[in-house]
Design a protein around this ligand. Sequence first.
Ligand SMILES: Nc1nc2c(c(=O)[nH]1)N[C@H]1C(S)=C(S)[C@@H](COP(=O)(O)O)O[C@H]1N2
Ligand SMILES: [Mo]
Length: 217
Amino acid sequence: MLGLGAAGIAAGPYLQRGVEAVTSKDPTGLADLLPGGGGFRYYSVVASVPERGPANYTLTVDGLVDRPGTYRLADLMAMEQTRIVHDVQCVTGWRVPSTPFEGVRLSRLLEAAGVKDGAAAVRFTCFDGAYTESLTLDQARRDDVLVALRMQDRSIGHAHGGPVRLYVAPMYFYKSAKWLSGITVTSSVKPGYWEDYGYDVDAWVGRSNGRDDAPTS
Ligand SMILES: Nc1nc2c(c(=O)[nH]1)N[C@H]1C(S)=C(S)[C@@H](COP(=O)(O)O)O[C@H]1N2
Ligand SMILES: [Mo]
């Protein structure tokens, strides 16, 4: 895995040149097929990520909420789980059809925290120490946005962002932040890691990043 971070950083300029570069290259650049990954590619913007599991994983919910809190893996597992089956679509063109994800609805965690008046967005941080994402509050409250604990009907492994990743079913897969560790309710959307390099913040599959329809390969 050495060199992945450098590749991720080096990819920045391509993205800044716009959508053509995004569609004609693999800007995240790390197109290692995951062994047994069923078509998934492994992406990380840093060279290595520490593993976390039941003993040391935490997810913090804070910001413009009445009841900030921290969840352990067991806390999340004890909550109502929702399963969604949908195509995974990376903006660079690869796609994995009908992939099940399962976890706690983000809306449920926001409800539990009590979102304050004046809040308009949600920011996500990761224990890789680098990746970030954002959604508007309306997007975050959709039924098809999960704090996912399972993918392909298994616990999410480390390479796929386990033990907990975000899953935003209707958007390109870069919205689905791996190694999720923080959810902060904010007053405005702050663009995420790849969005600073030119990707759309509103990443609806087929309707963003300059595309009229979803890519087919
Ligand atoms: N923390 C983190 N999350 C991330 C990324 C990343 O580099 N770091 N890459 C994104 C991109 S561009 C894609 S396509 C998917 C890849 O998920 P996978 O590695 O499980 O295939 O994760 C998204 N979430
Ligand atoms: Mo991606």
